[in-house]
Design a protein around this ligand. Sequence first.
Ligand code: SAH
Length: 353
Amino acid sequence: MNRQKMKHYEIDGKPDILSLTLPELEEQITLMGEKKFRARQVYEWLHVKQVTGFDEMTNLSAQLRNKLAERFCLNSLFIVKKLASNTDNTLKYLYRLYDGNHIESVVMEYNHGTSLCVSTQVGCKMGCNFCASTIAGFKRNLLPSEILLQVYEAQRDSGRKISSIVLMGIGEPLDNFDNVIRFFELISSPDGMNLSLRHISLSTCGVVPKIYELAKLRLGVTLSISLHATSNEQRSATMPINNKYDINELIKACKDYFKETGRRISFEYAVIEGVNDSKDDALRLKKLLSGLMCHINLIPVNKIDERDYTSSKKSTLSFQKYLTDLGLNATVRRTLGADINAACGQLRREYEI
Ligand code: SAH
């Protein structure tokens, strides 16, 4: 895709080699006085064989491996903790980053394959009041290499092949736009993991200008919108972003995304008993989404310690019935990994061992 200008991602003053695209790596390697084809070899070691050290690049001379190690930083994630669910095959990883910060990723099994939920930031600024990821505040954006390594590391450690990715972990992906786009470029590279962007979903709480920007790139990723409410009053009470870009602006941006990409929008809706699950909510939702090709994913709101929102299977199913009776396309999302705090909205950057 090569849409972005060369960017300098650095770790401790050295270029972060895993965040470089192949053309950028070729430029760097040539600048080092090496033959251009060496860059492709290095790229393959990094992104196909997914090695963790320059030493492992055995078709390169020891001298070149040393030069690479001197010039570049090969980023890595350290697994601090790994939890396996007793109720399903979900795995949750807590990773330490090179600067001591922490993030989480979740491996989930579906009939269609293994999916990975990745984080895009250390913490989150968005302040949605039902979500654990925002409670400890925001620290920093993840580098492209750090989003990518969550995939490589989960695959290596679990021995499972990741066939789809959701950007639904800690952080707001559209608040780290450039690094997320670069991650897309790297993960879909035919010289790397070569994962089709059609197998990736990006979830946003509604950063409207960035939805338009993403639409223009026509990448084929599925856009998921964390909607969770049917009126501005209701949405602003739980999601501060709604004060900046209201629900009508958000839906307008979704229509543009569909027009530009032809991709059906997916709406996430955490059902909170007695708060957003009435017949009137269903009617408002119908009106709001009219004329938009979309799908509604209902999630019984997950428990987090700091809040006392409740959900029940009964209220979620009856809300689903209201919606389907109105002709809307709504399914209930299977809750995975709730026993290890790996479900939607339960990930956090702070932890206790
Ligand atoms: N910041 C992005 C990516 C996070 S995705 C976004 O907001 O979309 C995580 C999803 O889990 C979002 O849809 C979020 O709204 C939802 N979520 C957060 N807390 C939740 C909870 N307690 N129960 C169910 N879903 C929750």
